[in-house]
Design a protein around this ligand. Structure first.
Ligand code: WTA
Length: 586
């Protein structure tokens, strides 16, 4: 579509209001963290809010091609601001509002964002997160921050925070938006102009800015939404993801809006104020299509079916999952207890990089197998390769790659073409490499077996072990750290950390607490909290000094057979590590 002109905001809003007559249709039922907070937003209201926000951004100096950092919780302003960027041709870079100030700053600097949109704070469950303060923490010490006009803060009406205020660069959202016009001409963009950057963990430890462009992404998210959720105009659709992740970009904002869908936009968490919160919301809005993550299903499964029985779930038609492999037990519970045996479960496999679903069932059309993402979406050509890059036929297990591009594939790593080529195309020339392992059964069904690079998937969020290791080794007592994944009953995988201390430093509880904090708040965010920390006087290394993570993974998982240890420089370290394994979480 290169050379064609379009505007994605026009397509998902104006087109619905002007040509499809959906102006009065509800675009979002916003449901707050607290059940008494809610708001209904129709398509025409959404269009007006987006235009006001777009005009405000322009007034703050944002131009076509500029990058805008967005660090907002799941409030309507998050949708307004991303679409406002798209309307004026600015590139949004959304940073999940659970990330630390350092992660935020790293992303702002990498994309050279000219402005940051944030909120004073948010309650997630009972926990208060003071977003503006977190943002300021880093801005204060880093004068090289590219932010020009600075920070626009939305003050949530129900929170009254004392927020540090720098009149030179801070602007209140309401003041910026209140007097802005409700009309704003869209900027006509080339089909291949950038739409957004979204950072994903890199295996080297540095997050990569995954770049998506406009028309292909619009086509792909719109089409996959329509077919994978079998969208009908009277549906009420709910995806519980956060817009800070790709699932929210593709399947809360762009895909559903392009189809003129009515969605629930939920600010809260599954267990607040009670463990039946999801089921309560499904009943309240008569949700027909429900999309969530295996980690949430496993969490709610723990409470049994009693919380489900209090609510009427008869509106449900299709259930979806995304983010990590779903174990058949959780799949069955989702299908039988939540879907009452009536609703197909679509296990959608995809990545930030793929833009939309690439392996997925089509509800009621694809015979299902619990735990399998089944078959490729239209136009997607999956291949399984062995270590030598040879294509495997029939029943096989190996590296999952794709042989042909599809409209939603990422177009680059922001500012780093070399990293783009090295990460995805170098290992097996001629293929896009997912980094996931995969098995194909005798019926041609695909089963994702998990990451095969140095990455792990905690509650559906990718983390690189290198990133967590870097955070731990920043502590003055730590000489070396190696982090591996260990299966976790709710989170899927969790972090098991081996740390070697510097001479004369003692391994004790207060050090453990400090290390836990390192990974968590200061560096990456709460998802990177180490679950297990083991003192490792030595690490298993090859003669060339490479840490043998395979061995560490096996120790962490308490596997008895450690396989071939002959390439280790000093096999004795393994015995020591085995004798001091952590049984209980830190
Ligand atoms: C994993 C999330 C098995 C996989 C949309 C992938 C899955 C990574 C599934 C991408 C699934 C996602 N079955 N594994 N249905 N969906 N994954 O970029 O390891 O946050 O590579 O995108 O999640 O995570 P990302």
């Amino acid at each position: 579509m290169e050379g064609a002109k379009t505007n994605i905001c026009y397509n998902v809003l104006d087109h619905n209001v002007l040509t499809r007559n959906l102006g009065e249709k509800v675009a979002y039922h916003w449901e707050g963290n607290s059940p008494d907070l809610r708001l209904t937003i129709t398509y025409s209201q959404l269009l007006k809010q987006v235009c006001r926000c777009a005009n405000a951004l322009k007034k703050l100096g944002v131009k076509k091609g500029d990058r805008v950092a967005i660090y907002l919780p799941m409030i309507p302003e998050l949708v307004y601001s991303m679409l406002a960027c798209a309307r004026i041709g600015a590139v949004h870079s959304i940073v999940f509002a659970g990330f630390s100030s350092e992660s935020l700053a790293e992303r702002i600097m990498d994309a050279q964002c000219s402005i940051l949109l944030t909120a004073d704070g948010v309650y997630r469950g009972e926990k208060l997160i003071n977003l503006k303060q977190i943002a300021d923490e880093f801005l204060l010490v880093h004068s090289e921050m590219p932010l020009g006009q600075g920070v626009s803060t939305t003050q949530l009406p129900f929170l009254k925070f004392k927020t540090l205020w720098n009149a030179e660069c801070d602007v209140w959202w309401d003041e910026a938006v209140d007097n802005a016009s409700e009309e704003c001409d869209p900027e006509w963009m080339d089909a291949e102009d950038p739409l957004f950057v979204l950072y994903t963990s890199g295996s080297t430890g540095k997050p990569k800015g995954v770049l998506h462009t406009i028309a292909g992404y619009l086509l792909y998210t719109s089409l996959t939404f329509k077919y994978v959720f079998d969208h009908h105009q009277d549906d009420v659709y709910w995806c519980t993801a956060d817009i800070g992740w790709i699932t929210g970009h593709s399947y809360i904002t762009y895909g559903p809006l392009a189809n003129g869908a009515t969605s629930v936009l939920f600010e809260g968490i599954p267990v607040y104020p009670h463990v039946g919160r999801f089921w309560e919301i499904i009943e309240k809005y008569r949700v027909s299509k429900f999309y969530t993550a295996p980690t949430a299903i496993r969490l709610l499964m723990k409470y049994g079916i009693e919380p489900l029985q209090k609510y009427d779930l008869s509106s449900l038609r299709v259930l979806g999952t995304v983010g990590e492999p779903i174990n058949p037990e959780a799949w069955m519970w989702y299908h039988d207890a939540v879907g009452q045996g009536r609703c197909p479960v679509v296990d959608t496999f995809w990545q930030t990089e793929t833009g939309g679903h690439v392996l997925t069932p089509l509800p009621a059309a694809t015979p299902l197998k619990p735990g399998s993402a089944t078959l490729p979406f239209f136009g997607v050509l999956p291949i399984i390769l062995n270590e030598h890059g040879e294509e495997l036929e029939g029943e096989a297990e190996g590296y999952l790659v794709f042989k042909k591009p599809w409209p939603g594939i990422m177009r680059g790593v922001y500012g780093n073409q070399e990293c783009f080529e090295n990460t995805y195309f170098k290992k097996f020339p001629g293929f896009y490499v997912t980094g996931d392992g995969c098995r194909r059964d005798k019926d041609g069904y695909y089963w994702i077996t998990g990451r095969i690079d140095d990455m792990l998937n905690v509650s559906g969020h990718l983390l690189s072990t290198a990133e967590v290791e870097a955070a731990l080794t920043e502590h003055s007592a730590v000489a070396e750290a190696a982090v591996v994944s260990r299966p976790h009953i709710v989170k899927g995988e969790c972090l098991y950390c081996f740390v070697t201390l510097k001479d004369f430093r003692e391994f004790n509880h207060s050090l453990m607490d400090e290390l836990k904090r390192k990974g968590k708040r200061e560096k990456i965010g709460p998802i990177a909290t180490p679950d297990f920390i083991q003192n490792a006087p030595g690490l298993p290394k090859t003669r060339s000094g490479k840490i043998m993570r395979r061995v560490l993974r096996q120790i962490a998982r308490n596997e008895k057979d450690l396989g071939d240890l002959s390439t280790l420089a000093d096999p004795k370290v393994v015995e020591v590590l085995l004798s001091q394994r952590c049984e209980a979480a830190a």
